[in-house]
Ligand binder design. Structure first.
Ligand SMILES: [Zn+2]
Length: 297
């Protein structure tokens, strides 16, 4: 895991999921915490070696791969922890993530895994979009829904730490159907990123880029293509297509063969995100028919 210096105060660790760091005098703020203890152990080691303080932690959204190392950090250091409204509820009650993916049902044992549920953390301050001064840090919080219901990216010292609001081009193709919760909100958040003026941005997956807007545009194109693909599938069935059938069709299309239940729940949520995106754009309608959730043009 390498650490890269972005300007006088901002850094990031290129872990499997990026972790940002901002240094102001005797205070230092991490942005996200990686997936587990071992990632955080490496981060602490590198910061200690550089004589860099850790006093604050900001979590962009409550996905296990972004907060998994936070419990370990809180046990080792007294970090003042900041999180977005709503996401904080999941950070304090991590079981909520697999529960919502599972439609609210009680969990089967196989759904207790570190990719969807990690150790709970304390949250000291809940924030929404806007301007904030916390400790030595002054930043703008940008509300970026679509990947998680209340994800917030922060712009600080001219760098945007964007969470998973966009990913690298490679990650888009690698993930095949990158996880989202609402395709229309995802595209709106991406368009919002195009309006932000800064020196560059760090996504959750991918590298820092000064010209990150080119990558953001590729994300928009990717999601618009998937919206069209789902729309075309609905159009081929004048009598409507069931939710279950379209999820299966999309898994087949992307050659997602025999996913585990927990992987399939992520794909199901994402396919549903495209369907509800199309409903919100009034391109399709949804109705319950003969006990099935049906979509029609
Ligand atoms: Zn995420």
């Amino acid at each position: 895991m390498k650490v890269a210096l972005l300007n006088d105060t901002c850094y990031y660790f290129d872990a499997a999921v990026n972790i940002g760091y901002v240094h102001h005098g005797n205070q230092g703020m991490l942005i996200d915490a990686g997936i587990d203890d071992s990632v955080m152990r490496k981060v602490l080691k590198q910061l200690e070696a550089g004589n860099l303080p850790i006093t604050h932690l900001f979590i962009t959204h409550a996905h296990a791969d972004h907060y998994g190392g936070a419990n370990f950090l809180q046990k080792r250091r007294g970090v003042y922890t900041i999180a977005p409204v709503l996401e904080e509820a999941v950070l304090r009650n991590p079981k909520l993530e697999p529960m919502y993916l599972f439609g609210g049902n009680d969990l089967l044992p196989e759904l207790n895994n570190k990719f969807q549920q990690n150790k709970s953390i304390n949250v000291d301050q809940v924030i929404d979009s806007g301007e904030y001064s916390i400790g030595n840090f002054t930043f703008t919080a940008h509300f970026l829904p679509g990947h998680s219901s209340h994800q917030i990216g922060i712009q600080i010292d001219n760098i945007l730490f964007a969470g998973d609001s966009y990913v690298s081009e490679e990650a888009l193709h690698e993930h095949k159907i990158p996880y989202i919760t609402d395709a229309d909100a995802t595209v709106s958040s991406l368009k919002k990123l195009l309006e932000i003026e800064c020196e560059g941005a760090v996504p959750g997956y991918g590298v820092f880029e000064a010209n990150f807007k080119e990558t953001v545009r590729k994300n928009i194109t990717y999601h618009e293509e998937l919206l069209k693909l789902v729309l075309d599938k609905v159009k081929t069935k004048p009598d409507g297509i069931s939710h279950e059938t379209i999820v299966a069709d999309m898994c087949r299309h992307f050659q997602i063969n025999s996913p585990s239940l927990s992987q399939w729940l992520l794909y199901r949520t994402t396919v549903t995100a495209y369907l509800i995106g199309l409903v919100k754009r009034e391109e399709i309608t949804s109705v319950i028919e003969a006990g099935k959730w049906m979509f029609k043009t």
